[in-house]
Structures are given as C-alpha cells and as structure tokens.
Design a protein around this ligand. Structure first.
Ligand code: SAH
Length: 194
C-alpha cells in the first residue's frame, strides 16, 4: 500500500512528541540543577538519538537519498504502528505529567528533587523509556525503509542499555534506601515482567 500514509504518521509522531515535551521542558528548566552527570557518554547518546528519531526519518521522508532501502508498506504494519504510536502518546504524556519538574532530558538531579513512585511510576521505574520504545516500534512499523525504520529502536537500545545503570545509581545516591525499596517493588520497563 501507499507508503505515504506511514510516512505521514511518522511526521505526526515527531510533531506530537515535541508538542508534549516542550511545555514540560520549559517548566522543569526553571528549577535549578544540583547534580549534573551529563558526560561525554550522554552527549554521544543524545546525538545518536537525534539521528535515529529525527534526522534519518526526515531524510527518508523528505528526500530520495535513502530510497534504495525502501520496501512496500504492509497494512498490518500500518495498524500495528498506529496502535504503538497512540500508546506512546499516552505514556509519554503521563510520564512527563507524573515526573513534573523532576524531569530532565539528561542525567540530572534538581533542587528539592522528589522521588516519584505514583501514577505510571507505580509499577515500572522507566515508563518514559517504555514510551520511547513504543515510539521506536511505531517508527519501525510505519516507515518502510530498512535504514530509517529501525533507526530509533537501534539508537534507543544503546541509550537505554548505557543510561539505565548510571541513572539508577544517581537515584540511589540522592534517595538511598527509599530508591532501593522502590527498586525492590517495581520492574524496569514492562509491568510484572522485567
Ligand atoms: N527513567 C525515567 C525518567 C526519565 S527522565 C523514565 O523512563 O520514566 C530522566 C530523569 O528523570 C533523570 O535525570 C532523573 O533525575 C529523573 N528520574 C528518574 N526516575 C525518577 C523517579 N522515580 N523520581 C524522580 N525523578 C526521577
């Protein structure tokens, strides 16, 4: 079927994601950072994410540079991608709303940082990362291109794999026993599973 429907949904995904994030970003940026752990690793991971989530999808939709890697869009992939996208919108919004001004784009602790363990943080510790995985799946289903389609999933697997440990250590440094106990009663990404 016409790949443009999938490509258009990917662009909608990018716009909605930015629209959800921007208001939370401007609110939390008003709160002072007291512990910043944004090292070289974080800078490389954030650049890799920009490539996977934004640059490669836009290049594949707006130019013919990656058209050698195109393949036909399957209707089942379109439906699966649309469902993942809608689930991502909900979870991405809820995780920002529950974290409030404790949210940061990178590894940071803010002044009066509170440990959030309610809402979508009740059963899993990384609902925002779960939302990003849903987005990556949506992109892989909706963008019928062997390079741009899986780009977010690959980039985010690096990001999640290399960031989760340092992030949880930073939370233990800040909240001690309270975070350890939170770890003991929650899973990482999938409620009840892992
Ligand atoms: N890993 C979480 C949060 C991602 S945003 C998720 O996927 O939902 C990253 C920032 O959130 C980190 O810099 C840290 O300061 C903050 N953070 C992570 N877990 C938190 C929690 N349970 N309570 C408060 N802040 C948290």
């Amino acid at each position: 079927m016409d790949p443009w429907i999938g490509k258009a949904l990917v662009l909608v995904g990018i716009v909605v994601t930015v629209a959800i994030r921007v208001p939370f970003d401007s609110k939390s940026n008003k709160v002072r950072v007291v512990d910043n752990r944004k090292g070289t690793r974080e800078i490389i991971l954030l650049a890799l994410m920009s490539l996977g989530v934004f640059i490669l999808p836009v290049v594949s939709v707006a130019t013919s540079w990656l058209s050698f890697a195109d393949y036909p869009l399957h209707p089942v992939a379109l439906v699966a991608g649309a469902l993942c996208l809608v689930a991502n919108f909900w979870l991405f919004y809820r995780s920002h709303a529950d974290l409030g001004t404790n949210w940061s784009m990178t590894l940071e602790v803010r002044e009066n940082h509170q440990l959030v363990s309610n809402g979508v943080y009740q059963k899993i510790r990384h609902p925002m990362y779960a939302a990003i995985y849903l987005y990556a799946l949506a992109q892989a289903f909706l963008l019928p291109n062997w390079i741009a389609g899986p780009a977010s999933a690959i980039a985010f697997t690096f990001m999640f794999g290399l960031r989760m440990g340092p992030e949880e250590r930073m939370m233990i440094d800040r909240f001690g026993e309270a975070y350890r106990s939170y770890v003991s009663r929650t899973k990482r990404l999938i409620p009840g599973v892992w």
